[in-house]
Each structure stands twice: as structure tokens, then as C-alpha cells.
Write a protein that binds this ligand. Structure first.
Ligand code: HEM
Length: 461
């Protein structure tokens, strides 16, 4: 079978060392050299073209399998697992869809409004770390409402235990009794036990109809019936894990750009001061008027997508981009490269939130050129959730504080797992509140948080 062209690499180690030395740079340079589909080696193909990226993501579960999950490696792609996955995904969607998340805006804003002012210290502030703690707590609250403290923090232990496993260049099977694997198993057991306690308490006290995510998941549906306790535990554990890491990285990247662009920071602060009430609850109505801030977050997710590369594998011999990929070929889709390509985004390295205005170049980009939340059957379920957290977090921080880079610090993109702004440290000082937004920028109402959801076609959000 013919293969797409690609860099030959060294005779013994192929392209692995060059990739490990500079993952983002290697992917970018080779995509420029070899085009939208190229071979990393005999078993891995890289897709850097929006149309082909869309195909891979939309054909997931049919022709391409998703990333193998370390914790559930044994289950993989059998029919029963797919059926359970579909049931738990459908149930979760009911609890995380835009309308459900809009109802939670006052809760999220109140927690953020209480917590963010505490970040003000005389020294350096690690905003990613602070946000991670906050999003972790919000995850527990959204999942378990009044029982949040019973399982809180355990998913952070699991995340920390998983990091060395995921970052390792050698992938050992999960059944191997390595110390790092045992740590993951222990942390996962602790998290699932914590979740079980909440489920048991709900059942014994006849409180199975709560408005939180667990309450939604416990309601049987005509189509899927009742979820088993195992699926409940695994679904909630996965939700808590997803809820605490990516939004804090996305928030960190947005702050990084605002630190580098004080005039944009000023505009965000002016909008926040004009839109957010200084007393009383912040509602979905206020949120939808944070129009400029939403564009700033969206642009930060273009330049710095936390999920910067998608991993798939061919489930059988399958055609893609004029080639036939043999079964088990790995397919990597670096959204980071596509989203920085001048073919789809003019002046791609310029941080320009206004490219997302209705007539802007970003809004008119070809389908699947903007993919920070994925597309197709595995598209991110936390899209509204994370946009609300990132937008409100940025607005509340900027309303009250001027943010500057801490002296002597430097940000280095770390792509080892999620793309994170390693080394990001800032100094906060109280902001003189402007009384109105910039006169040349009238406030516009933005659509509901998820109205551009890529669920259907992977179109820009
Ligand atoms: C900036 C924040 C976030 C980003 C950039 C992000 C991105 C993504 C992406 C790209 C995927 C698809 C992965 C693939 O196709 O292989 C995904 C899946 C997922 N995300 Fe997010 N996510 C974010 C926040 C959240 C939050 C707050 C939640 C809430 C729990 C969440 C829940 C999920 C879930 C459950 C899936 C798996 C869907 C499935 O396998 O069926 N995400 N996310």
C-alpha cells in the first residue's frame, strides 16, 4: 500500500527524538513541508488539513477508534462497552447541555466571586494552579450539590497520579504492576469510593431526584433505562477529571495573552465593569453580554488549544486523503497546527479577538479549521461548562485586578499532555474601576453559551 510522504528520521530512532525535543515545532514544520497528510513513520499518519481532520473526527467509532483510556484499557471497543458509553454520554448530556449550564451560572459566578479576590497577595500568583483548585471545587458542586465535600479533591489525586503515566514515552500495559500504575489504581479506587458514598447516601435518604448532575444521571430514561452503579461511578469520575484540568489551562493561556496585550486587558476590564453587577447575583443574562471577553477566550483557544492533538487509530483498512491506511494505523490530528495555519487564519500568530466578529476572518474560516473542543461523536461534553468558567473567571479577575507578568518569569508551552503555560506567574494589583466601556465598542449581546456547538458539524464555536 502506498504511504503519504514524510520525514525519514534517523535510521535507528526514526522521528521520535526530533518530536520529543520540540513537539509543537516538529509538527508545525513537517506539516508545512509535507502538507495536510504525512507519515510520521510506518505506523503513524499526521493530519494537518481541516477537511481531513473533520473526516477523522466525524468517522470516529465507525472507521477510527478513540484514544485508549489507561484506566479502562481492558474494555475498549466491544459492543457492551459502546452501549454503556452511549447511555452514559446521553445521560451526561442532559445534565451538561447549555440550558442546564445556564441555570448554574449564578452558582459558578458566586463561587468565583468569593474565591478570586483571595488570589490578591503581595507575591507571585500561579493562576493556573489557583484556577485548577477552583474548577475542581466547581466540578464537585455541579456533580454533587450539597454532598460536594464527600468526594472533593480525590480527582486531583487521580490526575496527579495519571500524569507520569500519560507523559511517559513508553506505554506499558495497565496490568503491569509498576509503582506508578499501583498509584493510579489506588487513587482511582479512592475517587470511586468517594462517589459511591454519595450515591449510597442519596439512595438511603431517598434523595435521588436532586438537580445536580448525579440527580440527572440517576433518573432512568425510557431509551437507556437505569445506569448501573459502575457506570455511574466511572461517568462521574471521568467528568470530575475532565472538569478540573482543561479549563484551568485555557484560563491560563487567556491570562497569558492579556498580560502580553495590556490594551486588550483594558477592554475586557471595561466590559466586565459595565456588565457585571457589583452586588446581587450574576445571571446568564449578564454572561451573554460579556461579548468581547468571549471573543478573547475563543481567540486564546485558537492559539493555545489545551487538547492540542487528537489521537485515533484505524479500526480496519480505511481510505483517507487518497491513501489506504492499514488497520491499527495511528492517526494524529494536531489542532494546534491547523489553527495556526495562514491558509485558514490570516496573520495566524497575531492575537486578534476581533477576528471572531460576525464578519471577521475567524468566523469565515473553513469548517474544522477551529477545533479546540473536537467534533463528531467524541466532541467535548463540557463546552458550555468550560466557556462559562473561563469567560466569567477572566471577567471577574480583570474587573477587579490589573494583571502583569511577575518579574523574572517566562512562559514555556508544555505539550507533554495538555498544552499548558508552564511558568506562568503574575502579579495582581487593584484596578481603578472604569465607569463605562470604551466608547468605540458598544456592548453587544452574544448568543447563548453553546449556540455554536460543534456537536453537529465541528463548525467554529
Ligand atoms: C477549555 C476547556 C476544555 C477543552 C479545551 C476541552 C476539550 C475537549 C476535547 C477536544 C475533547 C474531545 C477529545 C477527542 O475527540 O479525542 C473533549 C472531550 C470531553 N470533554 Fe472536554 N474540554 C474542556 C473542558 C471540559 C469540561 C469542563 C468538561 C466537564 C466535565 C469536559 C468534559 C468532556 C468529556 C466528558 C469528554 C469526553 C466525551 C466522550 O468521550 O464521549 N470538558 N474535551
Amino acid at each position: 500500500m502506498n504511504r503519504p510522504p514524510g520525514p525519514p528520521g534517523t535510521r535507528l530512532a526514526g522521528n521520535g527524538p526530533a518530536y520529543d525535543k520540540d513537539r509543537l515545532g516538529f509538527m508545525t514544520e513537517m506539516s508545512q513541508r509535507y502538507g495536510g497528510i504525512w507519515s510520521f513513520d510506518r505506523h503513524i499518519v499526521v493530519i494537518a488539513d481541516p477537511a481531513l481532520a473533520g473526516e477523522v473526527l466525524l468517522r470516529t467509532n465507525k472507521d477510527f477508534g478513540g484514544e485508549v483510556d489507561f484506566l479502562h484499557q481492558k474494555q475498549k471497543e466491544d459492543d457492551a462497552t459502546m452501549q454503556q458509553w452511549a447511555s452514559s454520554r446521553a445521560a451526561r448530556m442532559r445534565g451538561m447541555r447549555p440550558s442546564a449550564m445556564q441555570d448554574r451560572i449564578p452558582l459558578i459566578a458566586a463561587e468565583m466571586g468569593r474565591e478570586i479576590p483571595k488570589w490578591m497577595t503581595a507575591g507571585n500568583v500561579d493562576v493556573v494552579d489557583r484556577m485548577r483548585a477552583l474548577t475542581s471545587w466547581l466540578g464537585s458542586l455541579i456533580c454533587f450539590g450539597p454532598d460536594a465535600s464527600l468526594a472533593h479533591g480525590l480527582e486531583q489525586d487521580l490526575f496527579d497520579a495519571l500524569l507520569p503515566v500519560i507523559r511517559s514515552t513508553i506505554v506499558w500495559p495497565s496490568w503491569m504492576p509498576l509503582p506508578r500504575h499501583r498509584r493510579v489504581v489506588r487513587a482511582n479506587r479512592a475517587l470511586e469510593n468517594g462517589i459511591s458514598q454519595v450515591i449510597t447516601a442519596r439512595r438511603s435518604q431517598d434523595r435521588t431526584d436532586a438537580a445536580d448532575l448525579l440527580g440527572v444521571l440517576m433518573k432512568p430514561t425510557g431509551r437507556h433505562g437505569e445506569l448501573s452503579d459502575r457506570i455511574l461511578r466511572e461517568t462521574l469520575a471521568a467528568t470530575l477529571l475532565a472538569a478540573q484540568s482543561a479549563p484551568s489551562s485555557g484560563f491560563g493561556w487567556t491570562i497569558h495573552e492579556l498580560v502580553n496585550h495590556p490594551h486588550i486587558q483594558q477592554r475586557v476590564a471595561a466590559e466586565a465593569a459595565a456588565v457585571l453587577p457589583s452586588t446581587g447575583p450574576i445571571t446568564s443574562d449578564h454572561y451573554t453580554r460579556l461579548e468581547y471577553t468571549a471573543r478573547v477566550v475563543k481567540e486564546a483557544m485558537r492559539l493555545w488549544p489545551p487538547n492540542w492533538v487528537y489521537a485515533r487509530h484505524a479500526l480496519h483498512d480505511t481510505a483517507l486523503g487518497g491513501y489506504t491506511l492499514p488497520r491499527d494505523t495511528k492517526v494524529m490530528v494536531p489542532s494546534y497546527v491547523i489553527q495556526r495555519d495562514a491558509q485558514w487564519f490570516p496573520d495566524p500568530l497575531v492575537f486578534d479577538p476581533d477576528r471572531w466578529l460576525p464578519e471577521g476572518s475567524g468566523t469565515k474560516a473553513v469548517p474544522h479549521a477551529y477545533l479546540p473542543f473536537g467534533a463528531g461523536p467524541l466532541v467535548c461534553m463540557g463546552l458550555s461548562w468550560s466557556l462559562i468558567e473561563m469567560t466569567l473567571g477572566v471577567a471577574l479577575l480583570m474587573r477587579d485586578f490589573t494583571v502583569e507578568r511577575a518579574p523574572g518569569t517566562n512562559v514555556v508551552p508544555d505539550p507533554a499532555r495538555e498544552l499548558t503555560p508552564a511558568g506562568l506567574m503574575v502579579r495582581l494589583s487593584e484596578r481603578q474601576r472604569p465607569t463605562h466601556s470604551s466608547p468605540d465598542e458598544p456592548l453587544r449581546r452574544i448568543p447563548a453559551p453553546n449556540s455554536g456547538c460543534p456537536m453537529a458539524a465541528g463548525v467554529p464555536v
